[in-house]
Ligand binder design. Sequence first.
Ligand SMILES: CC(=O)SCCNC(=O)CCNC(=O)[C@H](O)C(C)(C)COP(=O)(O)OP(=O)(O)OC[C@H]1O[C@@H](n2cnc3c(N)ncnc32)[C@H](O)[C@@H]1OP(=O)(O)O
Ligand SMILES: CC(=O)C(=O)O
Ligand SMILES: [Mg+2]
Length: 355
Amino acid sequence: MRSAKDFFRPLAVGAPEPVREIPFRPSRMIHFFDPGNPKMAAKVGDLAAQCDVVLGNLEDAIRADRKQEARDGLVRIARATDFGDAQLWTRINSLDSPWVLDDLLTLVPEIGDKLDVIMVPKVEGAADIHYVDRLLAQLEARAGLTRPILVHALLETAAGVANVEEIALASPRMQGISLGPADLAASRRMKTTRVGGGHPGYLVRTDPVGEDFTVGRYTYQQDLWHYTVARMVDACATAGILPYYGPFGDIADVVACEDQFRNAFLLGCVGAWSLHPKQIAIAKKVFSPDPAEVAWARRVIAEMGDGTGAVMIDGKMQDDATVKQCRVVVSLADALAARDPELARAYAAEENTDA
Ligand SMILES: CC(=O)SCCNC(=O)CCNC(=O)[C@H](O)C(C)(C)COP(=O)(O)OP(=O)(O)OC[C@H]1O[C@@H](n2cnc3c(N)ncnc32)[C@H](O)[C@@H]1OP(=O)(O)O
Ligand SMILES: CC(=O)C(=O)O
Ligand SMILES: [Mg+2]
């Protein structure tokens, strides 16, 4: 581990200064596209207008014989597209794969000035981030980049979860972490065959009511991802970086997707992945605080004055700690409204109703 005083020094001569704080940029949905798929490539401009983040995926879901096509496609798209306020991210291949070196050696010099964040899959510990950190610094210096490319880790191995705190703190480049439930399930030897979401077999059951154990008992399905998401959120909050739920693979089930995203939102995540255009609106809805909640939070802040002491509002006790929660909601709402005029109008309309 680097000493505290060296932490913010560039890792290569001529590399840009590391950032001291991760900028909060709206990232409610990280929309995945295959840059080698002409149909998807043609939609990237439109997707950038609707999404906070568009991500050119080079890793899983891109066939081995199409890796180069995807990489070349991403270079073309990045150069040709005006992304407006949207961020451009990529997911490179895993560090043990035969493709990752070409990914980095191509993308940083060719489009390093357009890439905001590089997502690194299957991160197992701080050493993986340190490797990418140094290599990026060398490549940035050679390419003459003036802004560091940030790094996002994908939490999808048992070792990664065991080391999530050190991963989050590994470098000033660390922008955030996403849950990767599919690979994580395999790594943990979970007995599921899904990409995220719950499982009807993972449940608790009420006690028996008589001698027959089969009657009169209710079951409640539990969230398979609660522990990991909560741990990831704590690691990210401690490190000052951003946590995300990952993908929900049952594209048709828009209802369960919304539930899974909302659990993550309530636990502290700032966004989730959209794998299909249908999931963009779900993420936008879920990860934008509800207008009524925002109006309530503003009221609590206003009525609490300097933020200390205790008051009753509509029968509910408010004190310093509820004001802090309300500030989280309001500052997120303000940041999102600054980028999303439709949301700004919804917040303003709710304020006017309330007044
Ligand atoms: C576990 C993990 O690692 S998750 C991350 C890796 N996986 C991914 O990135 C998957 C990304 N998504 C996809 O590849 C696709 O959405 C699939 C394969 C799941 C489904 O694709 P399709 O069968 O084509 O879906 P569908 O027929 O509903 O598509 C409707 C339209 O949306 C387009 N579309 C589908 N997904 C996307 C996308 N992610 N981005 C942009 N356009 C898309 C299709 O090209 C199609 O376009 P068209 O109307 O011009 O023909
Ligand atoms: C997101 C991802 O890569 C996974 O779930 O494996
Ligand atoms: Mg994966």
